[in-house]
Write a protein that binds this ligand. Sequence first.
Ligand code: MG
Length: 158
Amino acid sequence: MNVRVGIGYDIHRLVEGRQLRLGGVLIPFELGLLGHSDADVLLHAISDAVLGAASLGDIGQHFPDTDAQFKDANSLDLLRTVASLVWERGWRVLNVDSVVIAEVPKLAPYVGDMSNNIAGALRCENGCVGVKATTNEGMGVVGSRRAIAAYAVVLLGR
Ligand code: MG
């Protein structure tokens, strides 16, 4: 089997007056992520990892933040589109691993739903998506609750 690995990273500012959506899960919290789309930082990191593994560029090229079409876009829809692009080229997602770095809120109750949403969008088998949450131990922009970041790696096979 031919396999390809991809990496993705993203970070968004945590601000008032926005909903917090991570891994396609709406999380009750007084702050949310700032962005042109729904700013789902985890799905953006995973989208970039999938695109990167297939040498298809990045989400900024496919869904420009200057395009009104993507204003408040649901990032699960963007991830489904990304999955279709790689499927068309014969690639299947073998597995994903990811880390969300957030000082607040506590994400453990939501990681199962995030993982299911992502596996559904990527059409991969149950258990193919790892989602982990950690803090930045109070350091830097994430530690001072001004941002949430995410990393992802993806393995494609065909
Ligand atoms: Mg982003």
